[in-house]
Design a protein around this ligand. Structure first.
Ligand code: CS2
Length: 508
């Protein structure tokens, strides 16, 4: 026998929620769709949708959100049942702050065909399209930023431009429909952690448009903006336990709960086409150049997360907060960021980088944010360029040491190698290059030099000039050897007490 199910969150429940739960402070019935968002996952619900909710509360305008999911999970029914409402929990160690967000007007599922997505994106009332489609959603070559024309979805979309599957294909088709209907200008705003995300998004969409002979490329040049943006808030995938927490604490059921930390940041390049939601009035910053903010965030916060995820899995830690609570891993990450990453950063208006490092480490230590190392380790091939390899290239150009930054690069390799059959399938992985690395591991076996040589030859990830750099190869080889050893943490301890390149320089 199961207990009676608690009432589901929905408009009818809004007036009866416990008083500590903040609810939308505007007339939701008057809300009109103005923004479309692709990829309504935990991060979007915790970030852009909250900023938009703030904006609607402070200055009601035409900026309701229509969510589009083109990949699993299906969400239209779950959120539809709740009238678009969901609970956003901020959790900071013991503190819990609950708020119901109302900015999402509706969600459409477009996993089986692009039609529902295209209908929304081409509709005249949409003037802003934001997206969180993960790094690999852009179908670009990570090392160059160019459209990956060999990507199966892009091959498909080039042959079937009217029925696209990829994000670039869907956007190009939507713009074509808008051109045909003489639609309004549109801003396409990437909110993913890829370098110069607006530039890459512009590249991949324009590359497809340039292959059409109907003037689409010219129409895009005159009517579409692709600003870059830096987004930040740690918001892991929602778990059953999060849903249960809401039910236990507040007495209602919400199948679309999201949990995030208190910190949030959104820096957007001031380059728009048409009208813009004034997110700058509610905490976002509009700037001329996002680059310094982006480097700071991806190299420090994301770089630390990625490092802790690989070293964390290798050291048997389940979540980030557990990995960073380990004195050895915390020492390693702090030293890596301070000694090697910080000197690669450009001045960031209003932010002290050393203070940002400390603040990031405190954020990662938040015990109420249960961010699984395996979640962060996912798709590492799409993340290491901006988080680790770009700062490494900057340092190599100046002849600076890369002993510490090479360790998480080898960590990514070790993570995939240890998941291969030849190495005993230590865990399950998800990365577009997992299969390639499994083949390499099977062929090469336990020979770190051979493994590094073969993996660095993957030029979609490693720029050929970087792959050919002797210092880089030597550092990564030593690190991989240590991380594949019986006790990888002994190796990390060793690196902390004696940087790898000190050993490289020592006479044999
Ligand atoms: C994480 C990010 O999964 C990951 O790759 O590093 O989702 C990270 O939590 C966000 O970028 C924080 O803003």
């Amino acid at each position: 026998m199961s207990a009676a199910r608690a009432e589901n969150l929905g408009p009818a429940l809004l007036g009866r929620l416990p008083p500590q739960i903040r609810t939308p402070a505007y007339d939701r019935a008057a809300l009109q769709p103005g923004i479309a968002h692709i990829g309504v996952g935990a991060f979007h619900r915790c970030h852009q949708a909250e900023y938009t909710d703030d904006l609607l509360a402070s200055r009601f305008d035409r900026w309701g959100l229509v969510g589009i999911n083109i990949r699993p999970p299906r969400l239209a029914e779950t959120l539809g049942r709740q009238g678009g409402l969901y609970t956003r929990l901020i959790r900071q160690n013991d503190e819990v702050d609950a708020r119901v967000i109302g900015s999402i007007v509706r969600v459409v599922d477009s996993q089986d065909s692009a039609e529902p997505a295209l209908e929304v994106l081409a509709s005249p009332n949409i003037e802003m399209v934001t997206m969180t489609v993960t790094e690999k959603g852009y179908c670009h070559v990570p090392s160059s930023g160019a459209l990956d024309v060999a990507h199966p979805d892009i091959v498909h979309d080039l042959a079937n431009p009217g029925a696209p599957r990829s994000v670039p294909g869907i956007l190009a088709r939507a713009l074509e429909l808008r051109m045909a209907s003489r639609g309004r200008p549109l801003t396409l705003l990437s909110c993913d952690n890829i370098p110069a995300n607006g530039t890459i998004l512009g590249n991949v969409v324009r590359s497809l448009a340039a292959r059409r002979s109907n003037g689409l490329a010219d129409w895009i040049a005159a009517n579409v903006a692709f600003p870059s943006a830096m987004v930040d808030r740690i918001a892991p995938a929602t778990t059953e336990a999060d849903i249960d927490t809401v039910e236990a604490r507040f007495g209602y059921r919400d199948d679309a709960v999201v949990v995030g930390e208190r910190f949030r940041q959104w820096v957007i390049e001031n380059r728009f086409a048409g009208r813009v939601p004034r997110w700058d009035l509610v905490g976002a910053t509009f700037v001329d150049d996002v680059t310094p903010f982006e480097h700071l965030k991806m190299r420090v916060l994301n770089g630390a997360q990625t490092t802790l995820s690989y070293l964390g899995v290798l050291g048997s830690f389940e979540h980030t907060f557990e990995a960073v609570a380990d004195l050895l891993l915390a020492t390693f990450v702090r030293r890596m960021l301070t000694e090697e990453t910080l000197p690669t950063l450009m001045p960031v208006p209003g932010i002290s980088p050393p203070a940002y490092v400390e603040q990031s480490l405190v954020r990662l230590a938040n015990t109420a944010i249960r961010h699984r190392n395996h979640q962060i380790a996912t798709d590492g091939s799409q993340k290491i360029v901006q988080r680790l390899l770009n700062p490494i290239r900057d340092r190599l150009a100046k002849g600076d040491s890369i002993a510490l930054l090479s360790v998480p690069v080898a960590g990514w390799m070790a993570y995939l190698i240890k998941a291969s059959a030849r190495f005993g399938r230590a865990w399950q992985v998800s990365d577009p290059f997992a299969e390639k690395i499994e083949l390499i591991a099977d062929r090469v076996g336990r020979d770190s030099k051979g493994l590094v040589e073969a993996i660095l030859a993957i030029d979609a990830i490693f720029h050929p000039a970087l792959a050919a750099d002797d210092t880089f190869r030597a550092n990564v080889t030593i690190a991989l050897d240590g991380l594949l050893s019986e006790n990888p943490m002994v190796f990390v301890r060793h690196v902390c007490s004696e940087p790898i390149d000190a050993r490289l320089k020592r006479p044999a």
